[in-house]
Design a protein around this ligand. Structure first.
Ligand SMILES: NC(=O)c1ccc[n+]([C@@H]2O[C@H](COP(=O)([O-])OP(=O)(O)OC[C@H]3O[C@@H](n4cnc5c(N)ncnc54)[C@H](OP(=O)(O)O)[C@@H]3O)[C@@H](O)[C@H]2O)c1
Length: 282
């Protein structure tokens, strides 16, 4: 039976990927977390402790697995901790499905691009997935101001973003892990349409049955509000930089890759919002 290690097993994508792979019944899944007791162990799902900051966890996590789904920790410089683990996994010839982010390949010196190029030159079988901004941010990172004041304050101006449901990323990763026909390729993963945040807010309003509006804010107040909510300042500033690229149109392209890889159309924001409407109720 194929064994898969899922880095970020407690996160949005990792939880959905664990579900996808374990449903199939023919893959043994090892979701990884710094605190694996918080993950459910059951038939075919065996959580493991893994911490990028603790290299002694690398060997036990990799033992006996055929392939690895890899995401970075929340940091502006993820390559610092990702490269040592990647090197060990590649040395042990594991297939690696690496999730970075849309636009990671725009700057050869960028932190995530450095991980991608190391993987491309590693000799291991690999697939790179570059997802756009997640729809899930509306019920996670951007949730608090929506709940408190029906507002989504972001420094996106009137740019468009082809938001993706994290479950479509998980479904794409599951396919990339299960078969080898995508090996050696990189895919931009997006939702099916590029919306402004005002248009997205209207979709959320309709689903939640209450007014929710987008407010275009400057970088400084965005960073301040995230920092007030406990997000580390360097990470908040990094997110503000990423919104700068979105303002220039970098988040607007729509890619057919989710459908190419999974065989089914990417989830619309309307469908996502219907399922998560209770999160935004007044
Ligand atoms: N949100 C977006 O719009 C967006 C868009 C494109 C790309 N991304 C990328 O998506 C990734 C986040 O994915 P997600 O939303 O599925 O995760 P998430 O829900 O944000 O959870 C973060 C995950 O990272 C793990 N983690 C944090 N520090 C770690 C460490 N030192 N060692 C090992 N694991 C660690 C956490 O595990 P434990 O806390 O359990 O240890 C958790 O599973 C990031 O790399 C981000 O750059 C996000």
């Amino acid at each position: 039976m194929q064994q898969v290690l899922i880095i970020g097993g407690s996160g949005n994508v990792g939880r959905a990927l664990t579900r996808e792979l374990s449903w199939s019944g023919d893959v043994a899944v090892r979701p990884a977390s710094r605190n694996p007791t918080g993950l459910v162990a059951k038939d075919g799902v065996d959580p493991v402790r893994f911490d990028y900051d603790d290299p002694t966890t690398f060997g036990p996590a990799l033992e006996g697995v055929d392939s690895v789904f890899m995401i970075g920790p929340p940091s502006p410089e993820p390559h610092v901790v990702m490269l040592p683990f990647l090197e060990q996994a590649a040395r042990e010839n594991r297939k690696i499905v690496l999730m970075t982010a849309l636009g990671a390949d725009a700057d050869e010196g960028g932190s995530l691009r450095r991980v991608e190029t190391a993987l491309e030159g590693s000799g291991s079988p690999y697939v790179i997935l570059r997802p756009n901004w997640f729809m899930d941010n509306f019920h996670t990172m951007w949730l608090s101001p929506i709940q408190q004041g029906g507002v989504i304050p972001l420094p996106a101006a009137d740019s468009r973003t082809s938001l993706i449901d994290s479950r479509d990323i998980a479904a794409s990763a599951a396919a990339a892990l299960r078969v080898d026909r995508f090996d050696g390729r990189s895919f931009n993963l997006t939702g099916p349409e590029a919306l402004t945040y005002s248009e997205a807010a209207a979709v959320l309003s309709e689903a939640a049955g209450r007014p929710i509006r987008y407010e275009s804010v400057d970088d400084e107040s965005f960073v301040r509000s995230l920092s007030d909510a406990g997000v580390p300042a360097d990470l908040s500033r990094y997110l503000a930089v990423l919104f700068g690229f979105a303002r220039q149109g970098a988040a607007a392209p729509v890619s057919p890759s989710v459908e190419e890889i999974t065989g089914r159309a990417a989830t619309t924001l309307r469908a996502y919002a219907k399922e998560h409407a209770s999160a935004w109720a007044a």
